[in-house]
Design a protein around this ligand. Structure first.
Ligand code: ADP
Ligand code: MG
Length: 385
């Protein structure tokens, strides 16, 4: 049977779309090589902008499905390498600046900003525990303290070492005992001294935390935002347009109007609200009596109003506070406690609502004919460095 030509294969590969850049891999110059073997085996090497594996499996499936639909193809191998800095630069120029994930964050799959209308609702407690829970669920997590006025992530995750700098002059984020990579302005100030920030300094500090920290591969980077509206959200939206927001609120219906401010802020800067977490919901006594100390239902009301899911309802819990004070997240210390369970459930809901492949993919990749059985000729090429 006649073998397909390189042109025919290239033509097929124009149906393989990069989900982040939303263009096909041929146009993006990401097809590194096409090799056609006499027996009909076709090996394609795709150059990625990041070595992140979720995207890799998307490309793998799409390339196999496209190429194998050609006459004469008996097997398809897909290999990967990573674009050089020069190639990334060229690509960036072609796409217009700032379209590519920048610097150190290129390998971070999901950025989630934890925000609240006012302080003291448990935003930092949620950030620290959710990061630890995501990590415990087998996802690599990081926590970045953007609340430069009230940093608390190092304390809550029990990290007291100072960050080092690696050979590439990137800051290495210290890891908590639970494996969460952390970064905070707290690492750079003496004792408990307050930092007086002016707008541009703040912008620069956050930018550095995103770009000059060696986060490397992370499934989730959680950002503990300062309460209310403001500068930080604006900066983040500019630097990370794909970031999503989770709003923490307390259950009294009156807290809604305050919490709504974070939603309005998200809307203003065009970031998607992923859901609401109600914290400090009812208190259950050891005898099983429940008191709604801070009222009831505020989280659900806000979620309904915003048309987003209620991701979790976390009860008041003395242990949650105590373990946070000791630097040992409740979700690790007492995962079966009511608050521990509620936070782990919330983390699972976050995992479920952050699909690894973007949904727009399906719409943009034309339906491919059923691939013929690849049999033992199908193989994955080793990853080239
Ligand atoms: N569900 C909860 N039950 C009991 N205490 C909590 C709960 N959530 C938070 N706290 C405590 O409330 C205080 C404020 O929480 P924090 O996370 O620092 O809020 P924020 O970051 O929003 O200012 C802390 O002392 C924390 O331990
Ligand atoms: Mg805080």
């Amino acid at each position: 049977m006649a073998l397909p030509t390189e042109e025919q294969i290239t033509e097929k590969l124009t149906a393989v779309i990069d989900p982040e850049l939303r263009r096909n891999i041929v146009e993006l110059g990401m097809v590194r090589s096409i090799e056609i073997k006499p027996e009909g085996q076709v090996d394609v090497t795709v150059s990625l902008t990041t070595p992140g594996c979720p995207i890799r499996s998307h490309f793998q499936d799409a390339v196999v499905s496209q190429v194998s639909s050609l006459e004469g193809v008996t097997g398809v191998g897909v290999g990967f390498d990573v674009l050089s800095d020069k190639e990334k630069g060229d690509l960036q120029q072609m796409l217009g600046r700032n379209k590519l994930p920048q610097g150190a964050l290129a390998q971070v799959q999901n950025v989630i900003c934890v925000s609240s209308g006012k302080g003291g609702v448990g935003k930092s407690t949620m950030t620290a525990n959710l990061a630890a829970a995501l990590q415990a669920e087998g996802h690599k997590a990081g926590a970045l303290d953007c609340d430069v006025y009230g940093y608390s992530i190092p304390r809550m995750l029990g990290v007291d070492e100072k960050p080092d700098v690696n050979g590439e002059r990137k800051i290495i984020p210290p890891e908590s005992a639970s494996g969460v990579k952390t970064m905070s302005i707290g690492y750079f100030v003496e004792g408990n001294s307050a930092v007086v920030w002016r707008g541009p300094m703040l912008h620069k500090a956050i930018q550095q935390f995103l770009e000059d920290v060696a986060w490397e591969e992370l499934d989730y980077l959680l950002l503990d935002l300062p309460p209310g509206t403001g500068d930080v959200a604006m900066t983040l939206a500019q630097l990370l347009p794909q970031a999503k927001i989770v709003i923490v609120t307390t259950p009294q219906p009156a807290a809604q109007s305050v919490a709504r401010r974070s939603a309005e802020m998200a809307d203003k800067v065009d970031l998607e609200v992923m859901g609401v977490i109600e914290n400090m919901s009812g208190f259950t006594t050891p005898t099983g009596e429940t008191f709604s100390i801070f009222g009831e239902g505020g989280g659900k009301l806000l979620a309904d109003e915003l048309g987003v899911p209620l991701l979790g309802t976390i009860p008041l819990s003395e242990e949650l506070r105590e373990h946070a004070d000791e630097g040992r997240p409740l979700v690790i210390e007492e995962p079966d406690s009511p608050a521990g369970k509620a936070i782990i459930d919330t983390a699972r809901r976050i995992i479920a609502s952050t699909p690894r492949e973007l949904p727009m993919l399906q719409a943009e990749v034309p339906a491919a004919p059923e691939p013929p059985k690849m049999g033992k000729n199908a193989r994955e090429l080793p990853v080239l460095q």
